[in-house]
Design a protein around this ligand. Sequence first.
Ligand SMILES: [Zn+2]
Ligand SMILES: [Zn+2]
Length: 347
Amino acid sequence: MIPTRGYATQGPTADLEPFSFQRREPGPHDVLIEIQYCGVCHSDIHQARNEWQNSIYPMVPGHEIVGRVARVGSSVTKFGEGDLAGVGCFVDSCRVCNNCKDGEEQYCENHLVATYNGTEKDEKTPTFGGYSSQIVVDEAYTLKVPDSLPLERVAPLLCAGITTYSPLRRFKVGEGQKVGVVGLGGLGHMGVKLAASMGARVTVFSTSPSKEKDARDLGAHDFVVTRDPQRLEALAGKYDFILDAVSAQHDINLYLNLLRREGVLALVGAPEKPLEVGAFPLLTNGRALAGSMIGGIRETQEMLDYCAEHGIASDVEVIPIQRIGEAYERTVRGDVRYRFVIDMSTL
Ligand SMILES: [Zn+2]
Ligand SMILES: [Zn+2]
């Protein structure tokens, strides 16, 4: 076993504190990654605090992981020692169900092995995430990380990047389309960058007028303050696609109304309570409401390669691990531009 240091929480109201645990020795198909940076995703906070009622303690959060390969198993072909590598929201899956076979492992029908707050395929051994010195992962679930982008800005691509890239691709967002991004946080800011890079005309919908400059700097062409319903009414039927990245309660009917005929609103945020959907905002124009959750390994690699080609990375605030509590508070308040990333050398 490999002695590993990390930060863990022992319960829903406990702070994250230094924690020691063991990683498995790399098997034939595993890579051992020395973690350099780990992003702070809002879902880390939900799970650390048991807000989804499924938490396993002690918990080492973190699923936006980048680092260097320190050791490879005897059968590993994709990686060599010293290569950059990334790990996202899951580290294994059943590999035999239809969704796994189609490369959509995130929707595994049997057992998706979450990077943390989950169990290995034995359904007993807890998984521990990226707020730690190292991780051991099967190469099939490890991503190649381009060396042309600053590593700390790549980390959030492993969750926020793929979560927004996947629905933009699935619904074929491209040149000449009008795209709305609702909510300018960790997910939304990646949605803006990616949709703009694909040639869409992007509007950010936000409750905060103060975010207009940032939205435009990120690549948005238009900015609408949603506190003014008349502004939204004037835009009815004008959008091809809307990416809804809001995790708080909000009225999605306002945004459904903005879609043209057969337009799609894709939810990527996860509000705690059910959203109310009126029939008419959906029936009118034959609109569709879709959901999307992260992405498969193949598409995540495609996203990383796309980001390298287009020079796209997350906007981040790098913090030492000792400031994780403050980072959580600020993330909950929406006071971050646009992702905290932990420098794991401070562990
Ligand atoms: Zn995440
Ligand atoms: Zn499966």
